[in-house]
Ligand binder design. Sequence first.
Ligand SMILES: Cc1cc2nc3c(=O)[nH]c(=O)nc-3n(C[C@H](O)[C@H](O)[C@H](O)COP(=O)(O)OP(=O)(O)OC[C@H]3O[C@@H](n4cnc5c(N)ncnc54)[C@H](O)[C@@H]3O)c2cc1C
Length: 121
Amino acid sequence: MAHIAIIGAGAVGLSVAYRATQRGHSVTGIDRHPARCDGCLVGNAGLVVPSHFAQRPELDFGLVQAGLLMLCQTKHTLAGDARTAEQARALGLPAEALNAAETAARVPHVTMKIAGSVYFP
Ligand SMILES: Cc1cc2nc3c(=O)[nH]c(=O)nc-3n(C[C@H](O)[C@H](O)[C@H](O)COP(=O)(O)OP(=O)(O)OC[C@H]3O[C@@H](n4cnc5c(N)ncnc54)[C@H](O)[C@@H]3O)c2cc1C
C-alpha cells in the first residue's frame, strides 16, 4: 500500500483521500490555508444538481428527488436558463422553462418576485 500526499483539502482532495484510505492507502492532506478555509466549499450552496447526480443506490443518505427549480429574477436570466433547458432536452435530460404564473401554479410557496423558472424533474 502507498502513502499518498494530496495537495488541496477541498471537496475533490478529501474525496480522493476518502477513496484512497478505503483502499488501504495512508494519506497526508496538505492545504495552503487549513485554518482560513477559503476554498470553493466555503460558499457551496449544497445543491445536488442533475448533471452531477449519478445513480448510486449504495449511498443512502436520505436524498429526496423532487427535482431542481432554478428561479430567475429577470427576463434576461430566464432567457439564458431557458436556453440551458433547451440544450438539456437535446441531451435527453427533461427540463422545462416556466413563466411566473406557471411557476406559482407549480410551487405556490415561492414568494420572491420572479420572471420565471426552469424546472429539472
Ligand atoms: C459560491 C459557490 C457556491 C457553490 N455551490 C455549489 C452547489 O450548490 N453545488 C455544487 O455541486 N457545487 C457548488 N459549488 C462548486 C463547488 O463548491 C466546487 O466545485 C468544489 O467545492 C470544488 O472543490 P475543489 O476541491 O476542486 O476546490 P476547493 O474547495 O476550492 O479546494 C481547493 C483547496 O486547495 C487548496 N489549495 C489551492 N492551491 C493550493 C496550493 N498551491 N497548495 C496547497 N493547497 C492549495 C485551497 O486552499 C482549497 O482548500 C459552489 C461554488 C461556489 C464558489
